[in-house]
Write a protein that binds this ligand. Structure first.
Ligand code: UDP
Ligand code: BGC
Ligand code: MN
Length: 363
């Protein structure tokens, strides 16, 4: 190491040290060091360019990969209707995202749900999926409307049998995304036999409808390429949008209920899935690409300062912190034309005492 540093110093002073291949190697290292900030910049720029041109570029349809498995519960039909084809005929691939659609007027008349609460089914065939999209939500009205305008036509094109559930806490409590997801899961199952759950941020929009909102045997991280994270994919990230089958979600006891404030809850779910041997699948980034709507930090959702401590006990908590310990009160439930809105009251004392219990166990 010392020789290397001395050598680098000499070379930078334009003096010659080793000759031949060693010198070339050192020169290459120097060039790489000098270029690394430039390369990072090039990567970010190329992702931005790719986002800009993506509406005009079409990506080949990718059938379910073998490791995603098939949603076997959906391969049988009853009655006279045929099972929908694997590739829905109306898929368009990449489509543009219209952030100026801030009312639901465009959907009215064009899309008619088969049941109240925005439950849609393809009229022409039996869908290959029964998908519930769960959105943890508060005070993001514009994002919600933009999302609905994008996602409803998107899911109709995919011939999904689906409904969207928007779960909102009262204003007085710190936001807890994962707890709201658990509530959405339980409440959705009270209305229909959904077999596939997509836990979805309100501000993420899938760029191509080849990104199928279905579940296989393994869970799938959908938001592989998130514009908010410079579209850089990494295996440790499982946030934003994730698809988990009903059975797998129950097997890991859902999300943890204890992450109040921003961060950690998605990492915790990833750990649960890993520990219960449900490895995360991912589409390639060109398919799992999402545009993130811009926003300021939310009031009532401060960065959690105990998230790392909670992650340390994630495995031990899994059996008793989740669906099995869920407690909430429904304040409002409204079956709206395009989604089901559920407002809930959360007993902070109940959950805070659990957090304290785990913190004490740690010491
Ligand atoms: N969220 C919300 N209202 C809030 C805070 C969060 O609706 O006050 C929901 C919303 O679905 C959002 C998700 O929680 O997309 C994740 O929060 P945020 O967008 O702040 O996280 P990011 O991924 O942008 O860091
Ligand atoms: C947080 C996650 C978040 C990720 C990307 C992590 O540090 O714990 O909740 O999704 O960063 O923003
Ligand atoms: Mn966001």
């Amino acid at each position: 190491m010392r020789t290397f540093l001395v050598c680098l110093w000499k070379m930078t002073a334009f003096q010659l040290c080793p000759r031949g291949p060693k010198k070339k190697l050192l020169l290459a290292l120097l060039v790489a060091c000098a270029l690394s900030p430039v390369l990072k910049y090039v990567n970010v720029v190329s992702n931005v360019v790719s986002d800009v041109i993506s509406p005009w570029r079409n990506i080949a349809f990718l059938e379910e990969m073998p490791d995603f498995g098939e949603d076997t519960s959906q391969t049988k039909t009853t009655g006279s209707k045929q099972l929908c084809p694997k590739k829905a005929p109306n898929l368009v691939g990449v489509s543009s995202i219209n952030e100026s659609l801030v009312t639901l007027e465009g959907l009215i008349g064009k899309y008619i749900s088969s049941r109240t609460g925005g439950h849609f089914k393809p009229p022409e065939c039996v869908s290959r999926t029964k998908t519930a999209v769960i959105v943890a939500y508060r005070n993001r009205q514009r994002h919600l409307v933009v999302l609905l305008n994008h996602l409803i036509p998107f899911l109709v094109r995919q011939q999904a049998d689906f409904a969207i559930f928007v779960v909102e806490p009262l204003p007085n409590v710190t936001f807890n995304r994962a707890l709201l997801m658990n509530i959405g899961f339980v409440e959705a199952l009270k209305t229909y036999n959904f077999t596939c759950f997509i836990f979805h941020d309100v501000d993420l929009l899938p760029v191509t409808d080849h990104n199928l909102y279905r579940c296989g045997a393994t869970p799938r991280h959908m938001a592989v390429s998130n514009s908010k994270l410079d579209n850089i994919s990494f295996d440790e990230y499982a946030g934003g949008v994730v698809a988990v089958s009903r059975d797998v979600y129950q097997h890991v006891n859902g999300h943890s209920n204890l992450y109040f404030g921003w961060g950690g809850e998605d990492d915790d779910l990833l750990y649960r899935l890993q520990w219960k041997h449900h490895p995360m699948s991912r589409y390639p980034p060109a398919i799992g690409r999402y545009i993130a709507l811009k926003h300021a930090d939310d009031k009532g959702n401060p960065v959690s300062d105990i998230r790392l401590a909670l992650l340390e006990t994630a495995e031990k908590r899994m059996a008793e912190d989740g669906l099995t310990s869920l407690k909430y009160k429904i304040i409002h439930r409204e079956y709206k034309p395009f989604y089901t809105w559920i407002q809930v009251d959360i007993d902070m004392k109940y959950y805070s005492s659990m957090v304290s219990k785990w913190q004490q166990k740690q010491h």
